[in-house]
Design a protein around this ligand. Structure first.
Ligand code: NI
Length: 141
């Protein structure tokens, strides 16, 4: 690991220190590494539609909303090659939350997620995309 020294304006550093304290970081280096990684990965994903990704799309919806549950199921079947697993939670009498784990090229995963999140009645949608390196499989032993 290389050591680098950077200069920051006082108010920018103060904002950064407030942020990392609120997030529970105990040192700046770890926080800077995480911020850089997040920024660079999102730039890479945005500029490389074919980049292999793993993703989690989460959303909340009302299962009594007309045809919505079957439309969401239809969308998932239309993209069965991208979906690895879906977790469904019955939040209360009317509300459901789903978390779908997807794997595929960044642009296709985003299109799939957009197709779900743009449905009328789907709320609190969020897509978390993480770049994976193809051919860098790992073992859990
Ligand atoms: Ni439900």
């Amino acid at each position: 690991m290389d050591r680098v020294t950077i200069s920051l304006e006082d108010d920018l550093l103060a904002r950064f220190d407030d942020y990392i304290a609120a997030k529970g970081y105990t040192n700046r280096s770890e926080a800077v590494r995480d911020v850089l990684r997040t920024f660079l990965d999102s730039e890479r994903i945005a500029s490389s539609p074919d980049l292999p990704c793993i993703a989690c799309v989460t959303y909340v919806y009302d299962h009594m909303e007309r045809n919505l549950a079957s439309k969401l199921t239809r969308t998932q079947h239309d993209h069965h090659d991208l979906g690895l697993s879906t977790l469904h939670v019955h939040v209360d009498r009317d509300t459901c939350m789903e978390a779908a784990i997807l794997r595929g090229p960044a642009a296709e995963v985003r299109r799939f997620a957009d197709g779900i999140l743009a449905q009328p009645g789907v709320r609190h949608g969020h897509l978390h995309l993480v770049a994976t390196e193809e051919g860098h499989g790992h073992r859990h032993d």
